[in-house]
Design a protein around this ligand. Structure first.
Ligand SMILES: Nc1ncnc2c1ncn2[C@@H]1O[C@H](COP(=O)(O)OP(=O)(O)OP(=O)(O)O)[C@@H](O)[C@H]1O
Length: 299
């Protein structure tokens, strides 16, 4: 059953509409929110985390209106913001204890148990006495997850958590997130398609403040199977192909341009059929050409 219901959420910054009457229902498990820069992901994450109010709309968590009753959510929330801010020169151990107290874990024994368990889970126990400010990007993100998991949250929000991580650290971070389990709602907001492909059973694509596609990654990929065609072309031929066909993506491969086209039938002209991945679902949706399961139909 869905635990998080977002209903007609609107947020404007002056004349800019960052969230445009957005509705979304999210059940337990890993949910990927994918969108390009400026789509409104961080605005949505901050609003869900009750850090900023929307102009209109409603958010229900386990049936409780969290805009009217933010403390209900705050006591159940783990939040890993896009920018964790300034890293103090205090040790990871001290900082986690401090944050645990702020989260209301006041009993020293219980706190020690949780902090130590999280330091082990995030593979930071051996560096627990080092200042967080001396950590690498990957270690900081793992520390970010440790602090977000304090107090056993029911909703975990991770905003662009793998941006800037090298592949090894990204894998470690993925393992960590996937361990968090199916019993809570985990929202992974990202513009990295691979993160959603690797981790999420359910996803939505956000563009210009609207949900433009919603579904399971495997089903969404299936929806464009047999409809994507590829051709290698010279650089100066790309524009002509864009005029002639429904081009959803252009990539460089081995120094040549590859044009990806959406077409229900064989376009001929040297195009070959390809097995699409989630990245092509994403580009197809952004180009407005996918057959979306609109959110209204999906939930
Ligand atoms: N505090 C703010 N004041 C004014 N405009 C803002 C503010 N925060 C975000 N915006 C604008 O709202 C739009 C959505 O921004 P938001 O950061 O939510 O998107 P995003 O999908 O998280 O993008 P990114 O991946 O670049 O962080 C953008 O056009 C952004 O410039």
């Amino acid at each position: 059953m869905s635990r998080l219901h977002i209903h007609r959420l609107t947020k404007k910054y002056g004349s800019l509409t960052a969230l445009n009457g957005l509705s979304l229902s999210i059940p337990n498990g890993m949910f990927g929110l994918l969108g390009p820069n400026g789509a409104g992901k961080s605005t949505l994450m901050r609003t869900l985390a009750t850090l900023q109010p929307p102009d209109e709309g409603q958010i229900l968590f386990d049936g409780t209106d969290i805009l009217r009753n933010p403390d209900f959510l705050r006591s159940r929330l783990g939040y890993l913001p896009q920018d964790f801010g300034v890293y103090p020169r205090v040790s990871a151990l001290s900082l986690l204890h401090h944050l645990a107290i702020l989260k209301g874990i006041l009993h020293p024994g219980e706190r020690r148990e949780q902090v130590d368990a999280l330091l082990h889970q995030t593979h930071l126990y051996h560096v627990r006495k080092r200042a967080v400010s001396s950590f690498s990007g990957g270690m900081r993100q793992r520390f970010g997850i440790a602090q977000a998991l304090l107090g056993n949250p029911q909703l975990l929000i991770a905003d662009e958590p793998t941006a800037g991580l090298d592949p090894l650290e990204r894998n470690r971070f993925h393992d960590l997130l996937s361990e968090v389990g199916e019993q809570i709602v985990v929202i992974l907001s990202t513009h990295i398609v691979e993160d959603v492909h690797d981790l999420c059973q359910d996803m939505a694509i956000l563009a210009a403040g609207n949900i433009i596609l919603r579904g399971k990654p495997s089903q969404l990929t299936e929806s464009i199977r047999g409809r994507i065609w590829r051709k290698s072309v010279e650089h100066n031929a790309v524009a002509a192909h864009q005029l002639a066909w429904n081009v959803v993506s252009v990539r460089l491969s081995g120094g040549k341009k590859q044009v990806f086209v959406l077409s229900d039938s064989d376009p001929g002209q040297g195009f070959e059929p390809i097995e699409p991945g989630l990245e092509l679902v994403y580009f197809t949706a952004l180009n407005g050409a996918a057959r979306p399961e609109k959110e209204s139909a999906a939930c």
